[in-house]
Design a binder for this molecule. Structure first.
Ligand SMILES: Nc1ncnc2c1ncn2[C@@H]1O[C@H](COP(=O)(O)OP(=O)(O)O)[C@@H](O)[C@H]1O
Ligand SMILES: [Mg+2]
Length: 236
């Protein structure tokens, strides 16, 4: 099986600070791949570089066999790689509907209706709030909106940066259920999380990033049972 996304020897710097070094990862089509690690490990840096929003100092990224290492963000989005950024970044003064429609902007408006239905199925609360201003949504609803907006772009690979961050446990469960459902519908996901347990539970494959370098990799199940993961991330 050739991987959908192949990352080789990735290095990313902020000026003289080496944030990510020597990272090799591969994501299989149709799977959830988790990238977990502590705050400051370099997870967001990795996703931003994959989206073309940060320069890569070294290494290469192949998407479906094509070298996308040096492509600009809009070219990467055009390939179908769409990111839900950390902190959600929804447009708070616009309505829920307008936020969702913006997600479909690149595709034109032809088939937005059916796509909205898919998102309402996934997140019924967004339908109830459709005409409301996005800034009035709860944190969980804003995360749902951010994911919904990304789905409106019809991605082939969805990059999710800490979708559960700052949410109450019951809402976290809702978000992870939705992430699972999206994957069950066939979408390939790269899931960045500090919620190591939940992420590895739903991921077929996982990578553990520590101080900018890969510390471990394996199936989600293997990593969940790994002594180092248990000790460092799951409270012994
Ligand atoms: N804009 C920036 N300028 C300089 N250093 C940064 C910047 N953003 C992140 N860093 C540093 O890069 C490292 C990785 O950060 P980040 O990718 O945000 O980690 P994570 O997403 O895993 O919490 C950290 O040491 C962080 O302080
Ligand atoms: Mg981060």
């Amino acid at each position: 099986m050739t991987a959908m996304l192949e990352i080789r020897g990735l290095e990313i710097n902020y000026g003289h600070i080496e944030a990510v070094r020597g990272v090799d990862m591969s994501l299989e089509a149709g799977q959830i791949t988790a990238l977990v690690g502590a705050n400051g490990a370099g997870k967001s840096t990795t996703l931003l570089a994959l989206s073309g929003l940060l320069p890569k100092a070294r290494g290469s990224v192949l998407f479906e066999g094509e070298d996308i290492t040096r492509l600009a963000p809009h070219q990467i989005v055009a390939r179908g790689i769409v990111q839900v950024p950390e902190g959600r970044a929804i447009l708070t003064t616009m309505t829920v509907r307008e936020n969702l429609e913006l997600g479909a902007y690149r595709r034109g408006r032809a088939s937005v209706g059916d796509d909205l239905e898919y998102i309402f199925n996934l997140f019924p609360r967004l339908k109830e709030r459709l005409q409301g201003v996005a800034g009035n949504l709860s944190g969980g609803e804003q995360q749902m909106l951010a994911i919904g907006r990304a789905l409106m772009a019809k991605p082939r690979l969805l990059l999710l940066d800490e979708p559960s961050m700052g949410l109450a446990p019951i809402v976290v469960q809702e978000i992870f259920r939705a992430v699972r459902a999206i994957n069950a519908d066939g979408l390939t996901l790269f899931l960045v999380e500090q919620n190591v347990r939940q992420a590895l539970k739903i991921a077929q494959k996982g990578y553990v990033l520590e101080n900018g370098a890969l510390a471990l990799s394996g199936s989600g199940r293997e990593l969940l049972g790994h002594p180092r993961v248990l000790e460092a991330y799951l409270g012994g």
